[in-house]
Design a binder for this molecule. Structure first.
Ligand code: HEM
Length: 368
């Protein structure tokens, strides 16, 4: 994922989705003057772009009709059921699975939707394809290891699904909370706008142009704002570990082998002892050094992308994508929260906003 060809693929997939999906849909809502759920829009955006990247196929879930695509919605049911698997005793969720009831029933149905969506795309993976394509490369690697005649279908299905899970909900959730935080802290919006104009050399009266991966790295303040969103609302809000041998935790607590330890990333980001007295404030500045660079924070202090050997592989990619999306919206629109709409985190393995994020748009005075 750090291969330069992958960045090229990412850049094309994201900008294409911004231009053919995101902007037409936002333009439609802005013209109609109606409010809408921004979280749903982000989920559709990330679903379409991750499908394009992983499966080389765009399901076009992001368009003004907002079509119902079973696989896209199945992610929401699956992540809710997965939270219960972490907190319920294994025997209980396994019994529910066997009886086909509760959250396990929803998870079973989600699996069906994933299979129906992914298998047909796998059938058309072409190994002779010279372009850089993820599934083609995975298939080649699998067959090099297991022989040319080995059946790679299940491996490719699982690989594609893991990447779709990893890429869809995390990024869309971070963007959702970013826009909520900006809307409730308007001074940060002005600073992001100033940064877009000065660093990308576009003035409000000039035509917008897309920017590349290198240029996205210049958006330091926006990067800090995204880190704040990840600190206060880490999309993967908890991590579950179990020791293979009895162990002593840094706190001094002794734990038996296989003890379930749940670490709350959400709490770490809000602890005064870790982040100081202003830990509950949204302050992108805390991430920016005097020489205008992003301050590095150790993953044990900022665990949004996990800690240790299973660290997120898509971190860099996520920042690039989120900056492209956020900058495109902020440059064109002022986002207003719908009064009286309660925004709070949902109980699922991913910290989405319950009932979404209802907003309306006010167009800025730019020539597009
Ligand atoms: C804001 C966005 C993201 C956040 C907060 C995030 C967070 C995380 C976290 C916490 C883990 C560890 C999960 C665990 O093992 O318990 C993880 C793993 C992973 N992430 Fe991300 N992620 C993000 C975006 C992405 C994207 C866009 C991709 C690429 C499609 C991606 C690919 C992966 C992969 C492949 C792993 C598994 C790594 C391994 O197990 O060795 N992530 N991510």
């Amino acid at each position: 994922m750090t291969h330069f060809k992958f960045y090229g693929l990412l850049e094309r997939a994201v900008w294409q989705k911004v231009e053919t999906g995101l902007l037409p849909v936002l333009g439609y809502f802005s013209k109609q003057g109606t409010d809408f759920d921004l979280q749903d829009i982000f989920q559709r955006f990330t679903f379409d772009s991750v499908c394009q990247l992983v499966l080389d196929f765009d399901p076009c879930s992001l368009c003004v009709e907002l079509p119902y695509i079973p696989c896209e919605k199945a992610f929401n049911d699956a992540i809710e059921a997965l939270l219960y698997r972490h907190v319920l005793p294994e025997s209980i969720w396994k019994l529910q699975k066997w009886l086909g009831i509760g959250k396990e029933k929803k998870l079973f149905e989600a699996w069906k939707a994933f299979d129906e969506f992914i298998y047909p795309r796998i059938e058309v993976v072409n190994q002779k394809d010279d372009d850089f394509k993820l599934l083609t490369d995975f298939k080649k690697a699998y067959q090099e290891k297991n022989g040319c005649s080995s059946d790679s279908r299940d491996f490719l299905r699982d690989t594609a699904l893991s990447l779709m899970f990893a890429g869809r909900d995390t990024t869309s959730t971070c963007l959702t909370w970013l826009f909520w935080l900006i809307a409730t802290n308007p001074s940060t919006e002005t600073k992001i706008l100033e940064e877009i104009e000065t660093q990308l050399h576009i003035k409000q009266d000039k035509k917008w142009r897309n920017f590349n991966v290198e240029e996205s790295r210049k958006l330091i303040y926006l990067h800090g704002a995204l880190c704040e969103s990840l600190r206060l609302f880490p999309p993967v809000a908890l991590e579950h570990k179990a020791p293979i041998r009895p162990d002593n935790l840094p706190s001094g607590n002794y734990i038996q082998e296989k003890t379930k330890v749940i670490v709350s990333f959400y709490s770490v980001g809000r602890m005064e002892t870790v982040w100081g007295k202003d830990c509950l404030e949204f302050k992108p500045e805390r991430w920016i050094s005097a020489s205008r660079r992003i301050k590095h924070e150790p993953s044990y202090k900022f665990p949004a992308f996990n800690v240790g050997p299973r660290t997120c592989l898509g971190k860099e990619m996520a920042f690039i994508q989120m900056k492209m999306v956020a900058a495109s919206i902020i440059y064109r629109y002022n986002i207003r929260l719908v009064e009286g709409h309660l925004v709070s985190p949902r109980d699922s393995i991913i910290l989405q906003a319950t009932n979404g994020l209802r907003v309306s748009l006010e167009k800025r005075n730019v020539r597009l």
